[in-house]
Design a protein around this ligand. Structure first.
Ligand code: R5P
Length: 313
């Protein structure tokens, strides 16, 4: 029996990251013809045979989320119908993850719907990073590898020589993540109590923990409007914090969040490239670190049936 060949494909959302992963793996990105019809329908055709192949499709869901998600489903469908043996959906940022439960009557659980759709399309595994809630893995009955950007942030901030640093969670939901970064950096932890009176409106109220005279790293999974981050930074400054940094995995940065960042109390916001950030949004206070090698290594290990555990160290 011949060995299965590994094939790597990219949707149109984050080609730059996919190229980095391909380089790490020493493979070429497979060719797909992707077109839009005049009514908006998406067409995808895999250029070469993938019969019996082990296929990985990279697609980020940061901006134009519905468009890119539908494109991903159509690519997976094309691959399965072309007799690919296995298709892994590599989704560096899993959108809709914040809709993971009903908080009011008659609401959807969209994170579960996304999981169902991926499975029905034919994905046999999902690779993602810093899911908003780890439990989302349980929405799938296929393996989910939820990678973490914390090792990358740890190395980045270890080199900074911060003064008396403290890691801050900007809300109660982010405490586990912030605690993990604090443990890695051997710093204390502080927690901000945040209320959300309406979607995308953040009101920060109180800080639990000591921040006065300390450099601060706010740790979060997502920055969308930036309201959470900027109001947290304002409160931290009021409470006497020194330099304020932020480490956030997914930099969605909608509308003019990049401009607000530049005017905010934050000295530097460090995000990863799970979501491509257009050039005009790359303001001086924004640093982007790449997950390309980490993702490449994860794919290599999955393909070789090796453990992924050490990628979390
Ligand atoms: C909330 O639970 C998340 O972890 C983020 O804090 C939030 O989604 C960020 O959104 P925004 O930037 O719009 O405040």
């Amino acid at each position: 029996m011949g060995q299965r060949c590994l094939a790597l494909y990219s949707g149109t959302s984050n080609r730059e990251l996919a190229e980095e992963v391909a380089k790490y793996l020493g493979v070429e990105l497979g060719e797909i013809e992707i077109r839009r019809f005049s009514d908006g329908e998406i067409y995808a055709r895999i250029a070469k045979s993938v019969r019996g192949a082990e296929v990985y499709v990279i697609q980020s869901l940061g901006s134009k989320v519905n468009e890119y998600f539908m494109e991903l489903l159509i690519i997976i469908d094309a691959l399965k119908r072309a007799s690919a043996d296995e298709v892994t959906a590599v989704i560096p940022y899993y959108a809709y993850a914040r809709q993971d439960r009903k908080t009011k009557s008659r609401e959807p659980i969209s994170a579960k719907l996304i999981a169902n759709l991926l499975t029905v399309a034919g994905a046999s595994r999902v690779v993602t990073m810093d899911l908003h809630a780890g439990q989302i893995q349980g929405f799938f009955d296929i393996p989910v590898d939820n990678l973490s950007a914390l090792p990358l942030f740890t190395r980045y901030f270890q080199d900074k020589n911060l003064k008396n640093p403290v890691v801050v969670s900007p809300d109660i939901g982010g405490v586990t993540r912030a605690r993990a970064l604090a443990d890695r950096l051997h710093t204390p932890l502080a927690i901000i109590y945040k209320r959300r009176p309406a979607p995308e409106v953040a009101e920060v109220e109180e800080i639990i923990g000591e921040v006065e005279g300390r450099d601060v790293i706010i740790c979060d999974d997502i920055v969308t409007t930036g309201n959470t981050l900027f109001s947290a930074a304002k409160l931290l400054k009021l409470k006497g914090a020194r330099d304020i940094y932020a480490a956030v995995t997914h930099g969605i940065l909608t509308n003019d969040a990049h401009k607000k960042l530049q005017e905010s109390e934050i000295k530097e916001l460090v995000v990863t490239n799970t979501i491509p950030i257009p050039l005009e949004k790359r303001v001086p206070k924004l640093t982007i670190i790449s997950i390309g090698n980490l993702l490449g290594e994860a794919i290599k290990r999955i393909s070789n049936k090796d453990s992924l555990s050490s990628l979390f160290d």
